[in-house]
Write a protein that binds this ligand. Sequence first.
Ligand code: NOJ
Ligand code: CA
Length: 703
Amino acid sequence: MRYLLSFLLAYVLFINTANAQELKSPNQQLTLSFSLLNDGTPTYRLMYKNKEVIKASKLGFELEKDPTSLLNGFTVSDTKTATFDETWKPVWGEVANIRNNYNELAVTLNQTSTNRKIIVRFRLFNDGLGFRYEFPQQNNLVYFTIKEEKTQFAMTGDHTAYWIPGDYDTQEYDYTISKLSEIRGLFKGAVTGNASQTSFSTTGVQTSLMLKTAEGLYINLHEAALYNYGAMHLNLDDKNMVFESWLTPNANGDKGNLQAPCTTPWRTIMVSDDAREILASKMTLNLNEPSKIADPSWIKPVKYVGVWWEMISGKSSWSYTNDYPSVQLGVTDFVHAKPNGTHGATTQNVKKYIDFAASNGFDGVLVEGWNVGWEDWFGHAKDNVFDFLTPYPDFDVKGIHEYAKSKGIKMIMHHETSGAVRNYERHMDKAYQFMKDNGYDAVKSGYVGPILPKGDFHYSQWAVNHYQYAVEKAAEYKIMVNAHEAVRPTGICRTYPNLIGNEAARGTEYQAFGGSKPNHVTILPFTRLIGGPMDYTPGIFEMDVSKLSPNNHSHVNSTLANQLALYVTMYSPLQMAADIPENYNRFPDAFQFIKDVALDWSDSKYLEAEPGDYITVARKAKGTNNWFIGNVNGITPRNSTIQFDFLDKGASYEATVYADSKDAHYKTNPQAYTIKKVIVNSNTKLNLFSAPGGGYAISVIKK
Ligand code: NOJ
Ligand code: CA
């Protein structure tokens, strides 16, 4: 009784019930409550199947030069609810049809002392909550500068987190799995490699953040539709287990300049007691606007090879010459520079890749290091290195275009910006036009090194606006974009489906820079891929990097079968076969899977999933009756039983199973695989083995 009384008292003190609102998800399993504290601070709380997922958490903003800010003193002046249910077709995707079904609550808040208004809009789906702040047009809030967004996510306990350290400039980290209370102690050790670590708190992490509670509830925190705003990190108060939004600052330290009317990105909380539902969720896409590209017929999934791994491994170079500074951008006698003899992007080498692409059914060839500037850039971060137009003397733009065209291959452009954002913007129109003139309709861009002008960060409002500008400008030229080192995606590919790829996480390149954790690929789909596809560049068949580049002793921590599975588990409409042709020619039977695997899907079934341990997914190739299955495994050897009940009843299929041998191991025996063919139907069950760092891939072709 005493307990009940104090509970009631706390409830009365805490919640001003007249201003409390409740919203249920369409299936009634999620409940969102909104309420004002007695001082007029807005709060929200989230329940899943009658259990608390997010405890009462505050909402609001600190504003620059504005002591009142937008923190408290609010009253509710209006509430509106709505229901939405619609099915839409993505231009490319994991499924042909996406259902967007939510209940909405929009709360209009009045700050009486300042006569300012904000709206908090909640959308509650069956798989989670999205909410954002809206600043309607009004007299007393027009131009304003954010000092800090104060959105809280109050955890219900010391959950397990799959995290990478907060950083304004890189996301290319291995994940750490730990309790929330352990982040502080592990933070320093988690900051590795070429991480930049600009002034970050030691309990700050990046989104998308995956969490698991002791009761087995899976929670994912991220954001959707990040436009004109700094990317959000989450800073943990590890005494109270409360995360708070921590925006990436602009160069001058502020956290964003806004002008009403405007909105923030959506803050997203996915929740399920089944990890597979987190992977299958389309909430992030659903919180983005429909496509703004009226005729998307020029946007096509791309399977490609490229002059790339040979540079990443150190075998060949991006630069044509080691002369510096005798050669300068734009100097017409560049031809007199002394060749270093290791340049990768030579016409002859590119033609070899074009031949390989053509004879194996690929769509495109990427070539890096084709243009003047690399010799100037390394070690000399400056603002005018690349013009994206001037080829090295041994790269024949026109000849390569004609050769590729004659073989039915599309060339993929490379724009390394060297982080010089303004330089890229100054050259962008000419660079895109140059692409069109020479038969390129996709670009891989990159932002290596500190952002220039100096002092800005990769994920600031200013930089976010640049990446968006590049994507929209590319759409005008009918160019597809795959940006590396840009901000982590937030579902914008729904609105601009020409954004066919991003890196924004630790990709395969790190396997040549010391290696990644063998279970990395069992976490990425739960984190980085929540916002959109990744250009992970899988398909390495030779794990001993020194075989390619004798001084590089890095090891690719994956079995060959695991590399095949990635084409299915790492969903992307853009997939690279990253190894060199010579290595594919050594293993033609395994390479067959990469040749066969589809890029675009009408259906996807997540069969098994546990972050850090394993993911198994089956996908149906769009416009066919064929399925492709991929399994990636963490470090514990594992058997899984796959039921083929997703196949058409009564039909039979030929399955080709590419699996780890019993003695396979990512470190000691990565190339041990078996291939067998079996006839399967919807009643079949197969027992399959995955080695440490291993997995399997299966093509299932209808007879
Ligand atoms: C880093 C990118 O991730 C990699 O793919 C590229 O080759 C280099 N930058 C050079 O631009
Ligand atoms: Ca990178």
